[in-house]
Ligand binder design. Structure first.
Ligand code: BJW
Ligand code: ZN
Length: 239
């Protein structure tokens, strides 16, 4: 089966879900998590993206986020992000589930979406829970809540933390109802997103994976294409 066949299937589908990971933003120059260019000062992301790390050393964790915010502020969506916006416009029932916190899907114009791991351009008060947009580059370290002076943290889901129930509900709804699931640029290692392909399969979705390399999902999906997201995703757009 070729990409052209998949395009044909998509053009006839009434419901499509898309799951994206860091690979889609790699084509915009954003480092992936498990690639070596994702390292900062020799820390692995797993060492910094946790509530324990923030409790131990909030300044260090905020410095890491400042490094990433600075880098991201120079990046723009690529052809793959843009193709997904077009899919949303053309498919009757469309839902994008992204693990990315970089906000590039939103910048590109996607709206029917769940950012299941949060967004690096939002902050949350550790005291009163208020969530607010924040685009400061760099952000003042340590940032405090204008309402209650509590310490602000990134509005991001760290390891060991639960995803927002409304994001899980919207994701499960999309996975259970889609005719086609596209999985783009994720290593498929992090839960609960790692269980999304099996859920869609149980509900008889046709699953297509697009990734530079094979992943744990490759054996489960109906078809897997190897290549760059920015080259492959635009080829799936119904003409
Ligand atoms: C290209 C490309 C190009 C490159 N084109 N492709 C069940 C079993 C075992 C463990 C658990 C479990 N349930 C929960 C856990 C614990 C944990 C977990 O999954 N651990 C695993 C590592 C085993 N999960 C959690 O803690 C989650 N919480 C949760 O489940 O709560 C309930 C609970 C808690 C505890 C126990 C049990 C239940 C929360 C997970 C939140 C993860 N958040 C992160 C960090 C955010 C920090 C930040 O950004 O600031 O989100 S982890 C990190 O990985 C980030 C990403 O969104 C996520 C996924 O990574 P992704 O996107 O797949 O990137 P990479 O780098 O891994 O892969 C890139 C891919 O792109 C590669 O495949 C490349 O080939 C490809 N690629 N260039 C196309 N140009
Ligand atoms: Zn507050």
């Amino acid at each position: 089966m070729s990409l052209l066949d998949i395009r044909e299937r998509i053009s006839n589908a009434r419901s499509v879900a898309v799951l994206t990971g860091a690979g889609i933003s790699a084509d915009s120059g954003v480092p992936t998590f498990r690639g070596t260019d994702g390292l900062w000062k020799n820390f692995r992301p797993e060492e910094l993206a946790s509530p324990d790390a923030f409790e131990r050393d909030p300044k260090l964790v905020w410095e890491w986020y400042n490094w990433r915010r600075e880098l991201l502020s120079t990046k723009t969506p690529n052809a793959a992000h843009e193709a997904i916006v077009q899919l949303e416009k053309q498919i009757e029932n469309f839902w994008l589930i992204t693990q990315n916190v970089d906000g590039l899907h939103r910048t590109a114009g996607s709206t029917n979406m769940s950012e299941i791991h949060g967004n690096i351009w939002k902050v949350r008060c550790t005291n009163c829970g208020t969530i607010a947009p924040n685009h400061d580059v760099p952000i003042d370290i340590l940032p405090h809540c204008p309402n209650c002076q509590g310490l602000l943290r990134p509005h991001i889901v760290w390891f060991g933390e639960s995803l927002a129930q409304e994001d899980l509900d919207a994701s499960f709804r999309a996975l259970q109802n889609c005719e086609i699931l596209l999985i783009i640029g994720t290593s498929g290692l992090v839960y609960p997103a790692a269980s999304f392909a099996p859920i869609a399969k149980e509900h008889h979705a046709f699953i297509v994976e697009l990734n530079l390399d094979p992943t744990p999902n490759s054996n489960l999906v109906d078809i897997s294409f190897q290549g760059r997201a920015k080259d492959l995703v635009p080829l799936l757009l119904p003409s």
